[in-house]
Design a protein. Structure first.
Length: 231
């Protein structure tokens, strides 16, 4: 298993959570190589291996490539709609032509193509309401992922890798279970639950409702105190 980043799922996990996942994957017998940049798939008529940027070669007769999603904007571009990473939409999910709406993997809202099922489903509902004459806005939602990786439950939402010192993080690790909570201005803005995802619904609700955690984050706050506040 080749990962170009330093740990698995770098968009969904912070470094420590990624390291735990790396360890669990390796324990199953899968050989994992991180920071592995692929230069070329080699072979003559059929795949024979993968050549990496460091010059090493991994022998293989089958290669599976997982690179996420990319919007198919061909029809939109042919129709003259504004296209960037995806078809650009406003808060009503209308494209640059007011009678054409877009939702899901093809839509780019505020510079973001979500590329996952939850936001796509939500956008589809809003687009349908507006097509029927409504005026419902999509304000964006925190990116979230719920996965089971080799039997390990995983949930990730929002900002899990703080960009600057205005964020406060609280981490708790026990055996193969790990959690991280990220706050900004006393509001929960991101979380990682690895190995135990029972707090998923509570975390989602706290983020979406912009719950105030100022009391919890008072004197000497801990990850345990955050968990108690969420339960």
């Amino acid at each position: 298993l080749l990962e170009g980043y330093g740990w698995l799922l770098p968009r969904q996990l912070n470094q420590r959570a990624g390291e735990i996942l790396n360890r669990c994957v390796s324990a199953t017998g899968i050989k994992l190589r991180t920071k592995a940049a692929t230069r070329e798939i080699i072979g003559n008529g059929h795949v024979q291996g993968v050549l990496l940027e460091d010059g090493s070669t991994i022998v293989a007769d089958l290669v599976v490539i997982a690179t996420g999603i990319r919007s198919n904007s061909h029809l939109a571009r042919q129709a003259g709609l504004e296209v960037n990473q995806g078809v650009v939409v406003d808060n009503l999910l209308a494209t640059s032509h007011p009678d054409v709406l877009a939702a899901g993997d093809v839509a780019e809202h505020r510079g973001q193509v979500y590329g996952i099922w939850g936001p796509s489903q939500y956008q589809g509902s809003i687009a349908a309401l507006n097509m029927a004459g409504g005026c419902t806005e999509f304000g964006g939602i925190p990116r979230s992922n719920t996965l089971k990786v080799l039997g390990l439950d995983l949930f990730s939402v929002g900002q899990v890798n703080p960009e600057d010192g205005s964020f406060r993080t609280f981490d708790h690790e026990e055996d193969s279970r790990y959690c991280r909570f990220v706050f900004r201005d006393n509001h929960l803005v991101g979380a990682v639950l690895l190995g135990d995802t029972r707090l998923t619904a509570a975390v989602k609700k706290a983020i979406e409702s912009k719950s105030d955690f100022s009391k919890t984050l008072g004197d000497c706050p801990t990850a345990s105190a955050v968990i108690e506040a969420l339960v």
